[in-house]
Design a protein around this ligand. Structure first.
Ligand code: UT7
Length: 331
């Protein structure tokens, strides 16, 4: 019987720090509004010419180094992103090339905020069947090139940041320390509550000057609707993971939720009576990095000693789709 184990974690954010005060210069917003509603203080933006595969590469290098694995030892690459470098091909093949990995399979996953956990789940299934032994799983986003950095887009623009996080998942026969479970969900009737409409293959042509004038190529979100659903789905996902493994809330050593809003995460922790010190948040520094947010937080938590051998770590996400997911890991 094969099980999946996380062999190494890594992350990378571009060096350019963009504070809430910088955002004030671009649009009618304020540090107070952003901080009070979201907890975000700053985020990172790429410089021109840097794409998702570049961010993914740096995060992947870290994870591979910590796992003690060379790119040529990998069997498969999974890259979760909603902001691929190009419409096609996906960014996973670009990462395969940049890494200098063998001509192994490279898969793009398009599940937004849940993209990393979906990808981890795919990796887990491949490893459990014995098909692959070493899989690189990356979440990476370049939001800054695709958001409306004017007052028109302020409700979304202040939230997002660029970055990448990665893990190397390996095969183990050890029972104890492994990915214990993953659970994935979706509810597509809410697809348009948080989305980018254009360019879209439903339109012919896919993108028009008129669409651009109307800003339909920028992300749109009904923030309150998303918030309401997140507040319900996060606790559901957490309880589902614990019940499936016969654990209780008090067994969790560290909870890492997708970093969309500090207030959502505080609400979830309070409602489940999970003490603050058992919840890892870094949205203050990076904003919402979507598919990258959980692996970035995971690597930071590992480096800070908050995830140690034997720790029970629960990852949970909610976002566009709607999609939500969990992964329970005995470290
Ligand atoms: O990663 C995917 C998952 N995403 C989420 O989970 C996000 C969930 N939603 C949220 O986190 C919150 O809904 C937001 C932080 C996005 C927004 O907070 P809110 O308390 O729901 O604000 P709102 O959208 O209802 O807007 C309140 C007011 C509005 O003004 P009026 O109509 O009350 O006069 C907005 O126009 O705040 C205004 N506003 C802003 N003001 C200053 C919206 N954006 C901004 C801004 N700066 N950036």
């Amino acid at each position: 019987m094969f099980h999946s184990k996380i062999l190494g974690t890594g992350f990378y954010v571009p060096p350019r720090v963009v504070t809430n005060f910088d955002m004030e210069k671009l649009m009618d917003t304020s540090n107070e509004w952003i901080l009070e509603r979201t907890g975000i203080e700053e985020r990172r933006f790429v410089d021109e010419g840097v794409g998702v595969a570049d961010l993914a590469l740096e995060a992947a290098k870290q994870a591979l180094k910590k796992a003690g694995i060379e790119p040529r030892d990998l069997d498969f690459i999974i890259l979760a992103t909603l902001s691929p470098d190009y419409t096609f091909p996906g960014s996973a093949v670009l990462l395969q090339d940049k890494l200098g990995a063998n001509t192994i399979g490279a898969l793009d996953v398009r599940n937004q905020c849940s993209g990393f956990i979906y990808s981890l789940s795919i990796a887990d299934q491949y490893i459990k069947t014995g098909h692959y032994q070493r899989i690189l799983v990356v979440g990476a986003e370049t939001h800054s090139t695709g958001i409306d950095l004017t007052t028109r887009g302020r409700d979304v623009a202040v939230l997002f940041g660029d970055g990448a996080g990665a893990v190397v998942v390996g095969s183990t026969e050890e029972e104890g320390k492994r990915i214990l479970s993953t659970h994935l969900h979706s509810e597509g009737k809410y697809a348009k509550e948080l989305w980018i409409e254009a360019p879209g293959s439903i339109y012919h042509p896919r993108l028009t000057h008129e669409m651009i004038d109307q800003g339909r190529h920028f992300p749109k979100m009904k923030g309150r609707v998303v918030f309401r659903h997140a507040a319900v789905r996060f606790p559901e996902a957490i309880n589902e993971a614990l019940e499936a493994n016969n654990y209780q809330i008090s067994d969790i050593d560290l909870l890492i939720l997708h970093q969309a809003n500090l207030r959502i995460n505080e609400f979830v922790a309070r409602s489940l009576e999970i003490p603050e010190e058992k919840v890892y948040n870094n949205i203050q520094r990076y904003g919402n990095t979507t598919a990258a947010s959980i692996p970035i937080a995971l690597d930071e938590a590992v480096e800070e000693g908050k995830v140690k051998e034997g720790s029970l770590v629960l990852l949970a996400s909610f976002g566009s789709g709607f999609t939500w997911a969990s992964a329970l890991i005995r470290w």
